[in-house]
Design a protein around this ligand. Structure first.
Ligand code: 4AD
Ligand code: MG
Length: 477
């Protein structure tokens, strides 16, 4: 007999079939009722053991966390909460668990504790639901691009360039760090290194994606990116996944349309396909909210929030308009912000972004046309000579979800910008080539996948939406 998944069995109408199922014991009650889970669904299947005819030694080994294989008859359930259950005819212990030391006891655990047990935390309802949603979202992302004529490209993980110019990169080397080769002036001699130059883990696949957009038209990357920024916040990881579409002949307005349509599409997908997990997480969130003061509680449930994003237009606001709003707002005037907004040109901190989306507009906001000085070198300079065609998409509860722009396609303007920022032309010779040979308007953006998963699951800490998080001082597992 081949074994079935619990998800399959629970959806079966016709009972009295002989079935086999394998999974992990969540609980074992009254020497009789096993709640079994195999990860295929949030729900457990109840397996009823005939304890009078079962060896006592076996009964003792049915403990929380043990892996078991069960054969039995699928029957209509007498108990509440499930339609079907299994009357066990034979049970094999595949792997014992030690009930004393097994970390995932059938009770509420703190997320901190579960982070320390990240290898086992997907045996809880919350984390299995989050990770099933994460998987569905990534599928929906590939589906969206595939159905819209994009090619999936794999951009390099090891790179010689700093795409964001932020300098927060992890070095990649195989030099002996105890005794590295030195140049005559005493610097590390990277000519001796594996690649014959200094290399890093990529912070973004954008520059390479641009090269492919300028030949294949519409491309996207979806891969891991690395940032050595020492920001120990609930929204930053040192290793995170980014989705980066890049499209030839598309301007900033097209970029905004694409980003909005894309996000609505992938969120609709999970509303349709992951109802059970979403409803579970929604309930979890409601319980969590009850512990908060009234003023901090959200007026929408998780599914309502997702629906709201799917059904409403994102608000498009220029940086200049945003600054006017911020300058005049209460928390700025009453000096409640940590960083007071005094004048045009100020970089927006997350407190300002959150004010705009959560208090002022109360919906996702696309901020565009930022001052050139606070944005990356590759962004298209506007005719005013001081702003660039950048866009950030801000989400309630998350802050920045997307960062993107129309790219500077004019060789002379780009070169001038690089010179002003001391970016080596020799390093990016190939990037400049794209402007020399058949240059054209093109645009793209980067969406932080974990921030999307946070929004979709209502989880408050980015460490809880990626299987094994990497953060400062932490690379366990
Ligand atoms: O705004 P960023 O830095 O944009 C870029 O890297 C562009 N090259 C993308 C492009 O145009 N192709 O990063 C994009 C997004 C952010 O909006 C945020 O959602 C996410 O990546 N992000 C992070 N997510 C988790 N941890 C971090 N440390 C992140 N840094 C950025
Ligand atoms: Mg950004």
């Amino acid at each position: 007999m081949t074994s079935s998944t619990i998800s399959d069995l629970l959806s079966k109408q016709n009972t009295l079939q002989e079935v086999q199922v394998k999974g992990w014991v969540r609980t074992f009650r009254a020497n009789r009722f096993i709640a079994l889970n195999d990860g295929s669904t949030l729900n457990n299947i109840q397996c009823v053991v005939d304890f009078e005819n079962t060896d006592e030694a076996i009964l003792k080994r049915i403990t929380t966390g043990a892996a078991v294989s069960i054969k039995g008859t699928l029957t209509e359930s007498q108990g509440k909460g499930q339609n079907v259950e299994i009357q066990v005819t034979s049970l094999e212990i595949l792997g014992d668990s030690d009930p004393e030391s097994y970390p995932i006891q059938p009770k509420k655990h703190s997320f901190e504790f579960l982070r320390e047990n990240a290898h086992l935390r997907t045996r809880t309802n919350t984390f299995s639901a989050v990770m099933r949603l994460r998987s569905s979202l990534s599928f929906a992302i590939h589906k969206y691009f595939n159905e819209n004529g994009f090619y999936y490209m794999h951009t390099p993980i090891i790179t010689g360039s700093d795409a964001e110019g932020a300098g927060e990169m992890f070095h990649v080397t195989n030099l002996n760090l105890k005794n590295p080769p030195l140049t005559e002036t005493g610097e590390i001699d990277y000519k001796e290194d594996f690649f014959g130059k200094e290399t890093n883990l990529t912070v973004s696949g954008q520059l390479e994606a641009e090269a492919y957009a300028m030949s294949l038209g519409k491309v996207y990357t979806f891969g891991p990116t690395f940032r050595a920024e020492n920001s120990n916040t609930s929204r930053h990881l040192a290793e995170f996944w980014m989705i980066e579409p890049e499209v030839a002949f598309m301007d900033l307005a097209g970029n905004m349309d694409l980003a909005e349509d894309f996000m609505k599409s992938v969120l609709s997908y999970i509303l349709k396909h992951n109802r059970e997990d979403l409803e579970f997480l929604e309930k979890r969130l409601l319980d969590e909210e009850k512990t908060k003061p009234q003023a901090e509680r959200s007026d929408m449930s998780l599914i309502e929030k997702i629906n709201f994003v799917v059904e409403n237009n994102f608000k498009r606001v220029s940086y200049t308009e945003a600054i006017d709003i911020l300058k005049d707002c209460k928390p700025n005037k009453k000096k409640k912000f940590k960083y007071i907004i005094n004048e045009w040109g100020a970089d927006l901190q997350s407190e300002h972004e959150r004010f705009l989306v959560e208090k002022h507009f109360k919906c996702p906001v696309i901020l565009f046309d930022y001052p050139a000085d606070i944005k990356a070198f590759y962004m298209r300079l506007n005719e005013d000579g001081k702003t660039v065609r950048a866009m950030d998409i801000l989400f309630p509860g998350i802050g920045e979800m997307v960062g993107g722009s129309q790219r500077e396609e004019r060789l002379d303007v780009l070169k001038e910008k690089m010179k002003a920022l001391n970016i080596d032309e020799e390093e990016l010779w190939w990037y400049l080539d794209l402007r020399k040979y058949g240059t054209a308007v093109h645009s793209g953006f980067g969406l932080g996948f974990e921030r999307l998963v946070m929004f979709a699951t209502g989880m408050g800490n980015i460490r809880d939406v990626i299987p094994f998080p990497r953060t400062p001082q932490n690379a366990d597992f």
